[in-house]
Write a protein that binds this ligand. Structure first.
Ligand SMILES: [Zn+2]
Ligand SMILES: [Zn+2]
Length: 396
C-alpha cells in the first residue's frame, strides 16, 4: 500500500504545489476566503468529489464527499485556508489546507476498492471565529467516523492537548449623577466591574493552577465628575478540560453577579467570541499517525506537544475521534504568525514535507478503513472519554 499511496501523491503533486502557492499569493482573512475556497473545490471536483457549498450558512465553508463503491468508515480531513491581516499566510494555512485536500484525493482513489467514504471539510476562519465550532454545533461531525488534520510547524509532533476557552463579556448598567454634589443618586457601573476583578483575584487562589482567567476594561466611564452608568469588561477563562471550564465559568459569573449586587448595577453576560473546547486527542488514532510518519518520513518525531493556546479543532474532538498533528515546513525554528513562517511554506523542503504529510494522512485513512478492529478501538476510546466526562458532545 505504501507504494500505491506514494504513486498517487506523485500524480497530484504539481496540482497540490500550485494550490498551496496560489493561496499564498492570494491571502484572504477569516470569512473572506473566496479564492481559496474556490481553488480547493475546483481541484476536488476534478477528482470526482461532490461539493456542498455555503455549509452552516458560511459562504466560504464547504463539504466535499466521495462515496466509495463499498460501505465502510467515513474519514474526514479538515482544511483551513484563512490568512492573517498584514502578514498573509503567517500561520501556513495555505499548505495546511493543501495537505488535507491532497490526503482526501489520494484516499478517494483507494476507497472504491477498500470501501468507505472520504469527506473534506473546508473550515474557514480558524484565526477568528472558528467555523469548526458552528459545524460541531450543527452536527456536521455526526456524519463522520474520524476527523484528522496536521498543522505546519518545524517538527513532526503527535497530536496533543489544547486549552478550553470561554470568552465572557460583562456589561454593567448603573445611573449617572454628579460625582461630587449628588453621588448618592448614582449607581456606579465601574465599581461593579472593579469589584468583579477583585472577586476574580480572590477566586484565583483556589482554582487549578493550569487554568487562566484574564481580562480588560473596555469601557469604564466618560468623565471623572460623572458617576459611570455603563462599564464593560472582557475576559477569557481557560482550563484544561471542558468540564472544569464549565465549573470555572459559573464561578467567574458569580464574581460579576456579586459586583452587581453590591453596587445595585444591572449585569448583562455575553460571549464576545465562540468558546473553543479543549482538544482531546484520540490516542489510538494518534498511534496510527505516528506509524504513518515512521513509514513515510526519515524525520524524527517529537513526542506530543501541548498547545498553549486554544484550537477550534478542540470542538471537533468532542464530537468525533480526532487528531490535530503537526508537520515540519522548515528544519530550524521559525515562530508562527510571522512573514518568515509564510515564506517557509514556499521552499523545496516544505513541498517535500507536504508530500510526506499527504501520504501520512492518507495512510491513516486507509488504516482506519481496512482494519475493522482498529476503528472499533478508536470508537471505544472516544466512548470511554465520554463516560469519564473528558469529552462532552453537543446535544442537538
Ligand atoms: Zn494561527
Ligand atoms: Zn494555524
Amino acid at each position: 500500500m505504501k507504494e500505491k499511496i506514494l504513486e498517487l501523491e506523485q500524480l497530484i503533486h504539481t496540482s497540490l504545489k500550485d494550490l498551496s502557492d496560489s493561496i499564498f499569493e492570494h491571502p484572504e482573512t477569516a470569512l473572506n476566503e473566496h479564492f481559496a475556497c474556490q481553488a480547493h473545490c475546483l481541484l476536488l471536483e476534478e477528482h470526482g468529489f461532490t461539493i456542498e457549498r455555503g455549509l452552516v450558512g458560511i459562504d466560504t465553508a464547504f463539504k466535499a464527499s466521495y462515496v466509495g463503491k463499498k460501505p465502510g468508515p467515513r474519514v474526514c480531513y479538515m482544511a483551513e485556508y484563512d490568512a492573517l491581516p498584514e502578514i498573509g499566510h503567517g500561520c501556513g494555512h495555505n499548505i495546511l489546507g493543501t495537505v488535507s485536500t491532497g490526503a482526501a484525493i489520494v484516499l478517494r482513489y483507494l476507497v472504491d476498492e477498500i470501501g468507505g467514504t472520504v469527506v473534506l471539510l473546508g473550515t474557514p476562519a480558524e484565526e477568528t471565529c472558528g467555523a469548526k465550532v458552528d459545524m460541531a454545533k450543527a452536527g456536521i461531525f455526526k456524519d463522520v467516523d474520524v476527523a484528522l488534520m496536521a498543522h505546519p510547524d518545524t517538527n513532526y509532533f503527535l497530536s496533543s492537548r489544547s486549552l478550553a476557552i470561554q470568552p465572557l463579556a460583562f456589561e454593567f448598567y448603573g445611573k449617572t449623577a454628579h460625582a461630587a454634589s449628588n453621588p448618592e443618586y448614582g449607581v456606579n457601573a465601574l465599581d461593579a466591574l472593579i469589584l468583579t476583578f477583585n472577586n476574580i483575584n480572590a477566586l484565583r487562589q483556589h482554582i487549578l493552577s493550569s487554568s487562566r482567567i484574564h481580562g480588560i476594561i473596555k469601557h469604564g466611564g466618560e468623565a471623572a465628575n460623572i458617576v459611570p452608568d455603563f462599564s464593560r469588561g472582557e475576559f477569557y477563562v481557560r482550563a484544561t478540560t471542558k468540564k472544569y471550564l464549565q465549573e470555572l465559568v459559573e464561578k467567574v459569573i458569580h464574581c460579576a453577579e456579586a459586583g452587581a449586587l453590591v453596587t445595585g448595577a444591572q449585569l448583562k453576560v455575553d460571549e464576545f467570541e465562540p468558546p473553543y473546547d479543549d482538544l482531546v486527542t484520540n490516542e489510538r488514532l494518534n498511534k496510527v499517525f505516528k506509524e504513518g510518519i515512521e513509514k513515510f518520513s526519515q524525520e524524527e518525531i517529537v513526542a506530543a506537544r501541548d498547545s498553549v493556546g486554544s484550537l477550534d479543532a478542540g470542538n471537533v474532538s468532542h464530537e468525533v475521534p480526532c487528531i490535530h498533528g503537526y508537520f515540519p515546513i522548515a528544519d530550524h525554528k521559525i515562530p508562527g504568525h510571522t512573514r518568515e513562517f509564510a515564506q517557509a511554506t514556499q521552499t523545496p523542503y516544505a513541498y517535500e514535507k507536504m508530500a510526506e504529510t499527504v501520504c501520512i494522512l492518507a495512510y491513516c485513512g486507509y488504516r482506519v478503513i481496512e482494519d475493522k478492529s482498529l476503528m472499533r478501538e478508536i470508537r471505544q476510546e472516544y466512548e470511554e472519554n465520554v463516560k469519564r466526562g473528558l469529552i462532552i458532545p453537543y446535544t442537538l
